[in-house]
Ligand binder design. Structure first.
Ligand SMILES: [Zn+2]
Length: 397
């Protein structure tokens, strides 16, 4: 094993305390290698776990100016899981309507309103006057065209000072924000004195197999306890909080009320157990990447052609580990996503799936390099359907 194949996990301590709860015991849980196309280098980012509140942060942090620019033109269409999620938010909020005191006169704001689905659904239910905040111009345009929505602002700063809300919904936004605590404090200031806030985030720590890429899209990971901590610090009391696994992508969700109200005591989530499971998960993850990297390196040194499919984060980690040891003649990167074709990772071009037909010979292997079982299964299905002769060459680690 080369020196580069050593990955540090669970060792170093971070000098500064936890961003969220100020506790001092931050533990390093992951070294992530982010590939920068621009200068063809891998940059190292470190993930730290707070063993007091369970908040996970990344160092160094992404530049906020860059993110602002990125989200102002972000135009991805709503995917099916987003619609499914929105319907579940509706169901949940209707269940709490009397607790929150929602009626036709209520004022509701959806921060990160996307294509406007939730605003539309809430308006249709007659649950009040609904507003939205959405930084992406293409998404605001689509909200207008599809639903005729007009109460849309580009940023929190644009929301008029004289409007205070009875309910604020913020789903799948906070994990994209560089300074989530200040952001939630700002959200809290938009509520009236009896107002409520619904927050939903991806459930990475307990339900997903892996951390997100915390460099670029999801900049922090919350536990239930750290979410409580953040809301408390923003002048709110959590009245209900849970990991919800009834969706195709599990989520963490809480409902909080402004001020100090009678509510169940703080989350009973055991942060130390969470930490242990994260460390164990990372250990397994790197075992998988190391095994795959060693297989590809070994094949390359023996002149055996190997396909690596797909070309996501896990393949990047694999290529970080193999460094410059691979012979380009013997490795083919493949991805079904056409927008990635012709792009390169560490000197390897990403190819369309069909290219495996001419690349593979009798000896070849196809390494499926993804930590997500759904991704693995759909690639295996594609190979079986499209290239049945090559299906016996599949290797899954
Ligand atoms: Zn903390």
């Amino acid at each position: 094993m080369t020196e580069k194949m050593e990955i540090k996990t669970g060792a170093a301590q971070m000098q500064n305390g936890c961003y969220l709860c100020s506790a001092g015991n931050l533990t390093h849980v992951k070294e992530h290698h982010f590939y920068y196309e621009k200068d063809d280098t891998f940059r190292i980012f470190n993930y730290y776990f707070c063993r007091n509140c369970g908040f996970v942060s990344v160092y160094p942090q992404t530049d906020s100016g860059f993110l602002k620019e990125f989200y102002s033109t972000y135009s991805d269409l709503t995917d099916t899981s987003e619609i499914e999620r929105t319907q579940e938010v509706m169901r949940y909020l209707k269940g709490y309507a009397s607790v929150i005191g929602l009626n036709e006169k209520s004022r509701i704001i959806d921060v990160g309103s996307g294509d406007g689905h939730l605003i539309h659904f809430l308006s249709m239910e007659g649950l009040g006057m609904v507003y939205g905040v959405e930084p992406s111009a293409p998404r605001r345009d689509r909200s207008g065209k599809a639903y005729g929505l007009s109460n849309l602002y580009r940023s929190l700063e644009e929301v008029p000072d004289n409007i205070r809300f009875d309910l604020l919904v913020c789903a799948h936004v906070i994990e994209h924000v560089v300074d989530p605590l200040s952001f939630v404090k700002k959200l809290s200031s938009l509520l009236n004195e009896e107002g409520a806030m619904y927050i939903e985030l991806p459930g990475y720590l307990t339900d997903r197999k892996q951390f997100p890429d915390m460099v670029f899209s999801h900049l922090s990971c919350f536990s239930l306890r750290s979410l409580h901590e953040m809301l408390n610090r923003s002048g709110l009391t959590v009245i209900s909080g849970e990991h919800y696994t009834g969706l195709s992508v599990p989520v963490l969700r809480v409902l909080a009320k402004k001020g100090r109200v009678d509510a169940p005591s703080a989350s009973k989530e055991n942060v130390e157990d969470l930490f242990k499971s994260v460390v164990e998960r990372e250990k397994m993850y790197w075992e998988f990447i190391r095994n795959a990297a060693e297989r590809v390196s070994h094949n390359s040194s023996k002149g055996i052609k190997t396909v690596i499919w797909p070309s996501g984060t896990d393949t990047r980690e694999l290529l970080f580990l193999t460094g410059d040891k691979l012979d380009k003649k013997y490795v083919l990167l493949v991805d079904s996503d056409a927008s990635k074709h012709e792009k390169k990772i560490a000197g390897f071009q990403i190819n369309q799936p069909d290219s495996i037909k001419t690349f593979c010979d009798a000896e070849s292997e196809i390494v499926i390099c993804s930590a997500y079982s759904n991704t693995r299964e759909s690639i295996i299905d594609d190979i079986r359907k499209l290239y049945p002769v090559l299906s016996e060459k599949i290797i899954v680690f």
